[in-house]
Ligand binder design. Structure first.
Ligand SMILES: NC(=O)c1ccc[n+]([C@@H]2O[C@H](COP(=O)([O-])OP(=O)(O)OC[C@H]3O[C@@H](n4cnc5c(N)ncnc54)[C@H](O)[C@@H]3O)[C@@H](O)[C@H]2O)c1
Length: 447
């Protein structure tokens, strides 16, 4: 089977590489010439564990190709995935211009039956718009060709994307013809051999499933952040509370970690887009209003603790920020909470030194010369009055505390991801602030 993927970003590249890995012939198309040239030389545009090996292997084996030319990619293909970006428009709705551009182009170039699949995250009703765009292009060519439009939202997590694609919890496919269903069942057959479920449904439900999933996950984060903040005030410890509630199977232990807010390329924009869909239909998603509001406040929380600790004056004081990407195991900086934290520190006159295991180059694009880029976590902390942990990379989990203490101006730690043991750190002489821990209450009372 041959497939084409249009848009070779996080989703398109991982999808293409993983489908090639199970024997499909895949052509990945992108308008970004530099990106395609790099990929043709096995240079990945993103950091994603395990992806490079798969790309290299499948390119060498002649199953994975990269091009900027959609026309040359389409002949012989049975399925075309649209995996381009759907950034938020001014009103928060998903901007569909790239998706619809690709749909029009497919209509201009196709010569035989295709299943045209939206893999980008798109609101309910998009498949119908894609259908119209393809049809308009065909009409303009005065051609009548059979095709189907389907929806196959992607649930991979950056940082674990290859594993998520190869071993999916579920594959969601929205179709409205038996032919499209059969084609996609065949495409995903290799993944079903190991018992991973494929859920066929109508197209609107498939489109909605993706938003409902991301909004649910964002809700869990904001809920836990809200409870954590209350824990800090009343003298409870969110880590204990998290374990206590997570052991109830109705709640489950995953995705219950408080922190400095959600970020990344998906949750913020998908929550906004779902709220906008609600507004378009005259329905207000009140829970998501609160989810967003809590998240906005949470991104400012650590900075608020810093300011309180220093009585509002951090001018010319040096702070080390550990972790920049929006979560570990990716170099993606889109909507990273670390950026909000760093902006606030800089605005208040602080000096900021940053370190991230993989996102340093990416961070340059966002932070320019406003911060210093350290060689490692200890170098970042030299002469700093405090370390602020923004992203919980494994490498930050067990620092050499004595060494760190000797390098810093003062042993002070703001743990934005609750990965450290407050009791141990207090014993080591550090002043410690976490999210929703009893020491926060103690420190607040001492102030
Ligand atoms: N990143 C994730 O973790 C993730 C997970 C699930 C779903 N999604 C969704 O998948 C979609 C893509 O996200 P992403 O993170 O991969 O985006 P991305 O920005 O990394 O990649 C999009 C790619 O599309 C290319 N492109 C734009 N217009 C094009 C055109 N007309 N023809 C060919 N290529 C074109 C861009 O050059 C870019 O390389 C979005 O809708 C996103 O919400 C993302």
């Amino acid at each position: 089977m041959k497939i084409v993927i249009v848009g070779t970003g996080y989703v398109g590249l991982v999808t293409g590489a993983c489908l090639a890995e199970v024997g499909t012939e895949v052509v990945c198309v992108d308008v970004n010439t530099a990106k395609i040239e790099r990929l043709q030389n096995d240079v990945l545009p993103i950091y994603e564990p395990g992806l490079l090996e798969i790309v290299k292997r499948n390119r060498q084996d002649g199953r994975l190709f990269f091009t900027t030319d959609l026309a040359s990619a389409l002949p012989g293909a049975e399925v075309v995935f649209i995996a381009v970006g759907t950034p938020p428009g001014e009103d928060g709705s998903a901007d569909l211009q790239y998706v619809l551009q690709v749909a029009s182009q497919i209509g201009q170039l196709m010569e035989h039956y295709l299943v045209i699949v939206t893999k980008s995250t798109v609101p309910v009703g998009t498949a119908a718009q894609v259908n119209r765009a393809v049809k308009n292009s065909l009409d303009a060519r005065q051609r009548i060709l059979d095709y189907d439009v389907a929806s196959n939202p992607e649930f991979l997590k950056e940082g674990a994307a290859v594993n998520d694609f190869m071993k999916p919890d579920r594959i969601v496919v929205g179709v409205n013809t038996a032919k499209a269903r059969q084609t996609l069942e065949q495409l995903y057959h290799p993944f079903l051999l190991n018992g991973h479920p494929i859920l066929f449904m109508d197209i609107a439900s498939a489109e909605m499933t993706k938003y409902a999933a991301n909004a649910m996950l964002a809700t869990r984060i904001s809920y836990m952040n809200d409870i954590a903040n209350l824990c800090g005030l009343v003298g409870a410890d969110i880590n204990q509370v998290r374990k206590g509630i997570g052991s109830d199977p109705r709640i489950g232990k995953h995705f219950l970690y408080p922190g400095i807010g959600y970020g990344g390329s998906c949750f913020p924009k998908d929550v906004k887009a779902l709220m906008q869909t609600g507004r378009e239909y005259g329905y207000q998603l009140r829970i998501l209003d609160a989810v967003e509001a809590v998240n906005e406040d949470q991104k400012k929380l650590l900075f608020g603790k810093v300011l309180r600790h220093f009585d509002g004056d951090i001018r010319n004081k040096k702070f080390a920020v550990w972790g920049l990407s929006f979560k570990p195991n990716t170099d993606d900086m889109r909507e990273a909470p670390s950026l909000v934290l760093i902006d606030s520190l800089l605005e208040a006159g602080a000096i900021v030194s940053v370190y991230d295991p993989v996102a340093m180059e990416e961070a340059h694009g966002y932070l320019g010369n406003s911060v210093t880029y350290a060689e490692d976590m200890y170098n970042a902390a030299e002469n700093a009055v405090a370390v602020l942990l923004a992203t919980e990379w494994n490498t930050f989990r067990m620092p050499d505390w004595q060494r760190l203490r000797s390098l810093m101006q003062s042993p002070l730690l703001f743990d934005g991801r609750n990965i450290y043991d407050n009791v141990q750190l207090t014993q080591l002489g550090f002043t410690y602030y976490g999210i929703g821990k009893t020491t926060d209450t103690v420190n607040a009372l001492i102030q």
